[in-house]
Design a binder for this molecule. Structure first.
Ligand code: ZN
Length: 332
């Protein structure tokens, strides 16, 4: 989720990179290693009617599978999702999933020979009047097109869908009876932004925070908590990405704790001032980390759809850490 401040400009390469979580999800094909294959993607692909290799998928085929899993109708009105660069009739044999379309991630896709990069965050969310290569975003557009790498965005449609960003987070935390915090305007009751559900057993806030820390990829900022470490929690509201616009829904859900990312001073402080019986407690995590968990699940889901259709496509999750923070100083 990314209501504002969505500057996904290219980040400088971080020193970390190791997300400490599974980095690949094989689908359909066999692992072929990461041979360098610059310029692999043919931008002048087969015209419709030409018969590509048996079982080869085109970008258009992948787009249909993506629409099946994460329909564009589920995207928020302000959002920009779908195909950013690429020819729908170009063949695709390798797909890389990532959170951010940074230059480092694009280079990773090109080096592996991916013909398609699917990212959660849009490269171009706001209007642009130039994609000149002397700007970070223009450079990204040039690199994609010149290397024949298509770019597809699955953003708030990926948040909202069943099996989406917040669903995966809820699953990883073992929540039960999970429902959206805000049901989708154009979707099923189980689709929408954020999730709320119950832990199987009451935990202390400290124990729950440790669980959160344990399931997320390792990033410099760690996990920040507001509330009594020994306070008890059972009902959990969460929103992958920036969720500070959902406090009313969180309060209405009677959650004991709210887990999200990018909590700024005023929304967080005011939410704590408005707390009833000291709830909801707040847990603030890395935006990147909170959304990264979706990537392996998304790669597997797409691989299953394409595999069922008989397509031989290799799918991987990026190993690039695009969290912008590199280190933190704390007292004590
Ligand atoms: Zn986000």
């Amino acid at each position: 989720m990314e209501p504002e401040n969505n500057d996904v400009s290219a980040q400088p390469a971080g020193p970390g990179g190791a997300t400490g979580s599974p980095g690949s999800a094989e689908a359909g094909g066999t692992e072929a290693g990461a041979e360098a294959a610059e310029g692999t993607g043919p931008v002048d692909a087969a015209a419709p009617g030409e018969s590509p290799e048996e079982a080869a998928a085109t970008l258009g085929t992948i787009m249909l599978a993506v629409e099946e899993l994460w329909p564009e109708s589920l995207a928020e009105q302000w959002d920009e999702v779908g195909l950013v660069a690429g020819h729908p009739n170009a063949p695709v044999g390798r797909i890389l999933f990532a959170v951010d379309p940074t230059l480092e991630v694009i280079e990773e896709a090109v080096a592996w020979g991916a013909e398609l990069l699917i990212t959660h965050h849009p490269l171009l969310l706001k209007g642009v009047t130039s994609v000149a290569a002397n700007t970070p975003k223009g450079k990204a557009v040039h690199r994609l097109i010149e290397s024949g790498t298509a770019l597809l965005t699955v953003h708030t449609n990926g948040d909202s869908a069943v099996g989406g960003v917040s669903d995966v987070l809820a699953d990883a935390l073992g929540l039960q009876d999970v429902m959206p915090l805000t049901p989708a305007a154009n979707g099923l009751p189980e689709e929408g932004i954020g999730r709320v559900g119950d832990l199987a057993e009451v935990q202390t806030l400290g124990e729950f925070a440790a669980k959160v820390f344990g399931i997320l990829p390792s990033v410099a900022g760690g996990v920040r908590v507001s509330g009594d470490r020994d306070g008890l929690v059972r009902r959990v509201a969460l929103c992958g990405g920036a969720g500070d616009s959902l406090f009313n829904e969180v309060r209405a859900s009677n959650a004991d704790v709210y887990l999200t990312a990018d909590l700024r001073h005023h929304p967080a402080s005011e939410a704590r001032e408005a707390a009833v019986n000291d709830r909801p407690y707040l847990i603030d995590v890395s935006h990147f980390a909170s959304e990264w968990l979706w990537l392996p699940a998304a790669a597997e889901a797409l691989g299953n759809v394409l595999g069922d259709q008989g397509h031989d496509v290799e799918i991987r999750v990026s190993t690039t850490n695009s969290d912008p923070w590199d280190f933190i100083l704390t007292p004590g």
